[in-house]
Structures are given as C-alpha cells and as structure tokens.
Design a protein around this ligand. Structure first.
Ligand SMILES: Cc1cc2nc3c(=O)[nH]c(=O)nc-3n(C[C@H](O)[C@H](O)[C@H](O)COP(=O)(O)OP(=O)(O)OC[C@H]3O[C@@H](n4cnc5c(N)ncnc54)[C@H](O)[C@@H]3O)c2cc1C
Length: 482
C-alpha cells in the first residue's frame, strides 16, 4: 500500500495532524494500534474498560527509585478517550521558558492563540454551567478558606451528565475525545483509518523514511506483517511509544532521553457529610496559587479507586464511609528526568524510567501539607494520603508539618497520567530531537507531532498544548510544501 502521508496514532496529536492535512487535500492514512469502540461499549467497569481502552490493561510501570504507576490509551482516539477533558492553554511563562531554553520558534502566546481557539471550538470547551457536585463545592470552600486562587477548569465535555465514567470512556458522548470530535471529520475529509495496526518499524533509505512495517489485524482475526510506503511519516504514538518506535528503528538523536511527567500524589478525604463523589463527575476545580510548580485538584473516584488509595494504610472498616469520601491530588511540574527504551526481549515492550528530583519530593511534601490543610478547612475529618506508613491527617498542625519536613521517597505511592518531552522540539541542536515544528533532526521526511514534542513539562493538563502544537506543525508542513 502507498500513501502520501502516514500518521501513526490517532490520539490528540495524530487525529489533529490527520484532520489538518486531509482537509488540505493531502492523501492521509492513519495507523492505530488499538480498536474502534462504539459509544455503547463505553462506560463499563474499570477492569473491562482498562482491558479495551488502555495500553497493557492499565498497568504500565515507570521504574526509578520511586516506582510510578502510569496509564495511557490504546484505542481509536488514544488517551483522549479515557481522560477527564480538563482544558488549559500553555501558560505564557512556560512558553517563554521554552523559547529561552530550547530556542523554540513560532510558539508565543499570540502565535498559538488561533490554534487553541480552533481546538476549543472543535471540542466545545466550556465550564460545566451546572450546579457543582458536592466534591467540587467542598473543595471550593477549602480554597476560599485558605485564600488561594482556585477556579473551575473548562472541559471538553459540554453536556456532561455526571456519570463519573471519564476514565472508562464517556458513555453519554459528552466528553469530546478524538473518536467523537475529530476522527469522523478526518474520515469525511478523505483520510483512511486502519485500526488494529501496530507499527513495528520505520523503513529507512539514506536520509528518508520510505514507509513502515506494521502488524495488522485482518478481518478473520489473523495478524499479518504489512509494508506501507509513504512520502512523509508523522509519528504520533504518544509520549512513550513514539520514542520507543524511533529508537527501535535506529533513530536515537536526543530521542527518549528527556521524558518529563507530572508526578501525582493522591489522597482520600473523609467528610462529616455525604459527598457521594463516586456517583458524580470528579471535582472540577483546581488550585492555581502554586502553579506552575504545584497544582491540586480532584481525582477520579470509584469504590475501587478509593480502596486502592486507602491501601497504603489499609483498614477495611474505612470503606463503610465511602459515601462521605472524595479523592483529590497534588501534582508537581516534575523536575526529574526519564528515559524511554524499547524492551530488549523482542516483544515490542517499552521500558520507561523516571528519577524523581529532590525538588519533586519537596514540592510533593509541601503540596500534601497544603492539600490536607485545604481539605480540613473544607470540613474533612480525616485525610488519607497515598503514603505508606503515614497515618491519616486529622489536624492542621499535623498537615503543616510537611511544609518543612520531607516525605520519605520509599514511602510514596505515586501515579501519573501526564507524560511528555521525550522528543523535545526547538532549534537547540544540543538537546532537541526535532526542529521547532517537529521535523526530526537528520531526516528529510520524518516528523513527530504528539505529547513527546513538548520541550519540557507544561505544569498544566497537556491535551490543549498537544492539539495546538499539532495543528500549528501540520500547517507549517503544508506551507513548506506549497
Ligand atoms: C487517565 C488520563 C487522564 C487524563 N486527563 C487529562 C485531562 O483531563 N486533561 C488533559 O489535558 N490531559 C489529560 N490527560 C493527558 C492527555 O490525554 C494526553 O496528554 C494526550 O492524549 C496525549 O496525546 P498523544 O497524541 O501524545 O497520545 P495519545 O492520545 O495517547 O495517542 C497515542 C495513540 O498512538 C497509538 N499508538 C501507540 N503506538 C503505536 C504503534 N506502534 N502503532 C500504531 N499506533 C500506536 C496509541 O494506541 C494511541 O491511540 C490524561 C491522560 C490519561 C491517560
């Protein structure tokens, strides 16, 4: 098979790339490893949803002195199908830093604004416009009592019906993941989507990529190795699989050396009153006061997530208070650094490492102190941190201890759902894998266009940045060909 442009991955980066190119008359084929799932199959229980929609059934470890649990999507639409739809533009300060540190061209607030506006309209990004669920209300009360800047974050989920199923695929079709908001549009514009197509290797000749080798699932369920030729290849397989695929194909220049994440520490708060967080959408508010280094907000919460969060200091009797509980998090901008490598056993596995920086531990400790203080001020009687051996926090005095003391690394149970920067873009050839618009260094027709290109951690939920940069880069590609 031959195509003009091959896009690998149909998540936030890949779907936008395909749409922009197809709408401008380019012959596009998208290869997606996961399957297309109808809306009717969304919103199942956690175990079933993780099996269908997540990579490795939701069990991807990030190795390091503190192991970190990581998940990402593996389905049409990628991680946008299982995320919460919180929307941010890349903060001005972060963009200024990227210019200063990576010599990133064409990425000022003003230059990115039209791309954000486009994406926000496409996904109907808005505030909920409905009365807040109790778990948001109490969080707002706590932030107010502390006098901290906090606000409801807009989401790509207009018409959200509080079904509390974001992470299992929104069954109501309210969340505007790529499968709903972008994939049908790129198909209408003429792009082909091949699902169940796992790209194993890029095929090279000289300084060009001539195509890919992909294992594709046929109609009878058999898997066949297929070669697909292309004039240009955009790798949009996400922040871990993009560098793994490039390195597996022998493309290693600043690839997979600088993974950044937002390490996240979760807590469960038990209130005097009924909260019923498990029966409502997750808390919609985030504290802005300590941005970009530290942010706080609401976590996805089901009985299973509650049990998991409480398991560090497990006492089964606590589960009887489930209706009075809600989950929250503190996330830090992540000053540590990670690596991504293809597994060595020939099984297409990916090995991810991240070493938590000392500042990360300090910020997580401060963040826990502040989050616990806020929740106590909001009326929580007990705050249970995901920290092994740390008893529940029941007073402000116990909480503020962590403003000065450090949590021990070995006790932390951390997770993350935000990863990036594994193929940073910019004009600094001493640290960038690709130029400012995603063209991979030393290759004539190879591009990266997903979360892996963000030069450094954005400090805010990343989907907006991924989409805005992806559209900007696709337009730059079109302009360069014109
Ligand atoms: C649970 C969860 C909650 C989140 N919440 C938010 C939020 O509220 N707001 C926000 O801004 N961000 C959120 N994020 C992060 C956001 O979804 C991601 O940053 C964004 O989707 C990344 O886009 P991407 O294109 O890089 O990767 P993805 O969207 O993950 O897409 C990559 C795609 O490539 C495919 N692929 C990978 N390897 C191959 C291969 N070899 N061959 C073919 N296909 C391949 C994958 O199957 C996948 O579909 C969340 C993420 C998760 C997992």
């Amino acid at each position: 098979m031959k195509t003009q442009v091959l896009v690998i991955g149909s998540g936030a980066g890949g779907a936008v790339t395909a749409l922009e190119l197809a709408r401008n008359g380019v012959d596009v084929t998208v290869l997606e490893e996961g399957k297309r799932h109808p809306l009717a199959s969304y919103g199942q229980g956690t175990t079933e949803s993780m099996k269908r929609l997540y990579r490795r059934r939701g069990m991807t470890p990030i190795f390091g002195s503190v192991p970190i649990g990581y998940v990402e999507g593996r389905c049409v639409g990628g991680s946008t199908e299982i995320n919460s739809g919180f929307w941010h533009r890349t903060p001005r300060e972060v963009l200024l830093r990227w210019k200063a540190q990576f010599d990133l061209d064409g990425a000022s607030v003003e230059e990115l604004a039209p791309h954000f506006e486009w994406a926000e309209e496409l996904l109907s990004v808005s505030l909920s416009g409905k009365p807040w669920p109790k778990s948001t209300e109490v969080f707002a009360k706590g932030a107010d009592a502390m006098g901290w800047a906090a606000k409801e974050v807009p989401r790509a989920a207009t018409g959200c019906e509080n079904s509390n199923a974001c992470a299992n695929g929104c069954p109501k079709g309210a969340k505007q993941g790529m499968s709903l908001a972008v994939v049908p549009k790129f198909e209408d514009a003429g792009a082909r989507l091949i699902t169940g197509a796992h790209v194993k290797l890029l095929v090279k000749r000289g300084s060009r990529i001539t195509g890919v080798l992909a294992e594709v699932e046929m109609d009878d369920g058999a898997r066949k190795l297929v070669r697909i030729d292309a004039e240009h290849v955009f790798v949009c397989a996400g922040p871990t699989e993009t560098p793994a695929l490039l390195r597996r194909s022998g493309i290693k220049f600043h690839v997979g050396e600088t993974l950044r994440i937002h390490p996240m520490l979760k807590v469960v708060a038990r209130f005097r009153e009924r909260i019923d967080a498990w029966a409502n959408v997750l808390p919609l508010m985030q504290v802005q006061e300590f941005r970009p280094e530290v942010s706080m907000g609401g976590a996805f919460f089901t009985p299973g997530h509650a049990a998991l969060a409480l398991s560090d200091n497990w006492d089964p009797s606590r589960m009887k208070d489930l209706r009075n509980m809600a989950g929250y998090y503190v996330a830090v901008r992540g000053r540590g650094r990670g690596q991504v490598r293809p597994g060595v056993l020939g099984d297409d596995s990916t090995v991810i490492r991240y070493e938590l920086a000392d500042e990360d531990v300090v910020n997580l400790s401060n963040g826990l102190a502040r989050l616990a203080t806020l929740l106590l001020a909001a009326g929580a009687e007990e705050v249970f941190p995901s920290v092994q051996g740390l008893p529940s926090i029941t007073s402000e005095r116990e909480a503020v201890r962590w403003l000065d003391d450090r949590l021990s690394r070995s006790s932390l149970s951390l997770t993350t759902v935000h990863a990036f920067s594994s193929c940073p873009i910019g004009e600094r050839t001493d640290k960038c894998a690709a130029d400012s618009y995603g063209k991979v260094a030393r290759w004539d027709n190879l591009y990266v266009n997903d979360a892996s290109i963000l030069p450094d951690s954005p400090g805010v939920n990343p989907q907006g940045s991924v989409m805005a940069f992806a559209r900007r880069n696709a337009q730059h590609f079109l302009d360069a060909r014109a």
